[in-house]
Ligand binder design. Sequence first.
Ligand code: MIC
Ligand code: SF4
Length: 640
Amino acid sequence: MAGTITEKILSRHIVEGEAKAGFEVALKIDNTLTQDATGTMAYLQFEAIGIDRVKTQFSVSFVDHNTLQTDFKNADDHLFLESIAKRYGIYFSKPGNGICHQLFLERFAIPGNTLIGSDSHTPTAGGIGCFAMGAGGLDVACAMAGAPFRIKYPKIVGIKLTGKLNPWVSAKDVILEVLARVDVKGNVGKVFEYFGEGVATLSVPDRATITNMGTETGCTTSIFPSDEVTRQFLKAQGREKDFVPLAPDDDAVYDEIIEINLSEIEPMVALPHSPGNVKKVREVGPIKVDQVAIGSCTNSSLRDLKIVSRIFKNKTISDKLHVFISPGSRQVVEHLIEEGDYTSLVRAGARIMENACGPCIGMGCAPASGSVSVRTFNRNFEGRSGTKDAKVYLVSPETAAATALTGVLTDPRDLGDYEPVVLPEKFIVNDNMILPPLPEEEARKVEIVRGPNIKPLPSFEPLETTLKGKTLIKVGDNITTDHIMPAGAKVLPFRSNIPEISKFVFEAVDPDFYRKARESGGGFIIGGENYGQGSSREHAALAPKYLGVKAVIVKSFARIHLANLINFGIVPLTFKNPADYDSIDEGDNLEIDIGDLKGTCILRNLTKNTTIELEHTLSDMDAEILKCGGKLPWIRKQFN
Ligand code: MIC
Ligand code: SF4
């Protein structure tokens, strides 16, 4: 049968369910990845499942989000993660080695494999033809224990690329163009599969930039074919044996096709405060810029930093702004050093930071009050930079570097002559910061290091059939997990300490949320469209659950957050009639009969004396999980 790449990979991995759009399928997962900020919780959950060693082909634990070590907390987390990796047969990438997605692409990703990662940008590996999805930490823990991962079988959107990018235009502009067309909502349950003659003109890191930021559309994942360009990349990484060719059949059928002519794309920019708020750089014009930040898992590859160094060579960055660079990996840095690019960056006046997420997740480099920061990152949600009133613009490395020289937002085509970056035939490979899994016997002897920052997992009761309580908060559309559970230097150290981190829930939206939730003994959250967009952090479900949130009632959910709510026993409900959203106010006393969670539920608003109907998309298994009080008690029952 003719097929798309998605169909081909999924058909080899479906262990249960029917390959029909919208129907639930269970997928065998070949590989997993975690990062430190979600990893501590994922491994606490993995331990609680009670398996002796991971059951995947291989699993990798990275440390890249919080590397500041401002006190013992962060260092405790790192030691815990390292000892867990040793004990359970997991690769461990030490802090400083680089950003999980860049490293996974360079050293681990295999075309045609399935991967889930406790980070929403796991689809980066789609750039090499891996079917890679972001998931909550608990789902990753379950996959490490050998359980399949469940998704709704996707609608496959073919993105047909023709033409070739013009000088000074790059992969980031392509994904910004995609976002300009499809926006950040309305894409749940879709896979964006790239095809067409334009694909061969893009390198693997270019493709990875596109699949990385594809996450911002809210889709399940994005994927590219695996072709000669892929083979060459793997060969240059010393991994040609991992190459598997992957192409759609000529008569493959897509549910929808979007055509993009690469030759017509111009430098693009996403304006504050949404990655979907995209315009051409020329349209926005030369606004004054106070900070430029280059890096993140979207744009920190060798190609990206080399183009920046070429632009900076023998120049000085504008004295009106500051430039920060966070490289994606040590491999990138070693090349920059060997080839003299590091010198160009430093001489121009850039501040080069650790190979880590850094400013992307608010770990340092917060912009000044009310200032403008131009970044090569993938998210510009309000406050994410660490400064609530900062205005963050998302651009390509070329646009960022041109802006750094002029001090105002600049179309890089104004720079003149262009020399493309050619990737090396052989990358410098140095895996000495990756600790491979220990042999089984040795692994069993490893003691887990549990410093005082590693708190035990909270446990929750099975669900009641009638949920009662107050509306604790009412929010609008596109609420991100950064709104629900902020990150940044103040909060990240508490990722393994739920009682403490729960004090920050909705902090920037309603600083009183914690007190209200505590005083009311829990209750409900009311929201609009695309609730929970953005990160995979399960703390955005786990911490509200800890505060007694029983159900979240919204117009629509983002995929990963919806799964996380179910995993932690919070009932995710939607309005049957979206206009009913207007009939509930903060403080209203509500009662919801959820019964056996089959079909619709009735919400009684005791304050307003009204009744409305609510819906859900829960499978029978989801309903079982919720009734058990969450996925951990449920899966333990399965394994016992
Ligand atoms: C993000 O970019 O928001 C993060 C930080 O990488 C998150 C994960 C987390 O919150 O730890 C993500 O994208 O899933
Ligand atoms: Fe790290 Fe930023 Fe990428 Fe998230 S989006 S993984 S914080 S670099």
